[in-house]
Design a protein around this ligand. Structure first.
Ligand code: K2U
Ligand code: ZN
Length: 173
């Protein structure tokens, strides 16, 4: 297991539409394990492959936040939304690629998703509340969309300028 570096916006790799995973190989399994450990270390409740520089369609998530509840790490390969609720939910989102910036994003409250598991089998399940928000946030990443792309232009530009400043400061350090 290796902790991976997380790309920081703006980065062209975060704006690319990722390629489907062609086969669930041991390398994909190792990448998923690295992504889960990188996510827990951040800490975060989701992480998409392009955030660690791998432009393939997979993400990990574990939205269990209560330490007294067993963790529920999930690996979703080639995920697709198969249904969304009419009802929406507004959540103050953040992103590990846009550190310390938060803004409200409205998304469907419940989604059904289909994906390929590390077991090579097809799965389909329904996600609600924070799980639904996280899954949609991660799927956005696979399509080169960041949560700031759901904001107005001024707010998006302000956050992008802050990240450009952060990256300049990190480069000098
Ligand atoms: O993709 C990522 O950058 C990880 C995201 C996932 C996420 C964003 C917004 C809402 C839900 C999930 C986060 O940075 S993980 C950090 C976090 C932790 C608890 C609640 C919200 C965000
Ligand atoms: Zn994110």
């Amino acid at each position: 297991m290796t902790l991976r570096s997380i790309l920081i916006h703006p980065d062209p790799r975060l704006k690319k539409v990722c390629e489907p995973v062609s086969a669930v190989t041991p390398e994909i399994g190792a990448l998923a394990e690295d992504m889960l450990q990188t996510m827990y270390d951040a800490p975060g409740i989701g992480l998409a492959a392009p955030q660690v520089g791998v432009l393939q369609r997979l993400f990990v998530m574990d939205c269990v936040k209560d330490d007294d509840v067993a963790a529920r790490p999930m690996v979703l390969i080639n995920p697709e939304i198969t249904w969304t609720s009419e009802e929406t939910n507004t959540y103050e989102e953040g992103c590990l690629s846009i550190p310390d910036q938060y803004a409200e994003v409205t998304r469907p409250k419940t989604v059904r998703m289909a994906w390929l598991g590390l077991d090579g089998k097809s799965h389909e399940d329904e996600f609600d509340a924070l799980w639904a928000t996280c899954a949609q946030h991660e799927l956005d990443h696979l399509n080169g969309t960041l949560f700031i792309d759901h904001l107005g232009r001024m707010k998006r530009q302000m956050i992008t300028r802050r990240m450009e400043k952060l990256k300049r400061e990190r480069a000098r350090a």
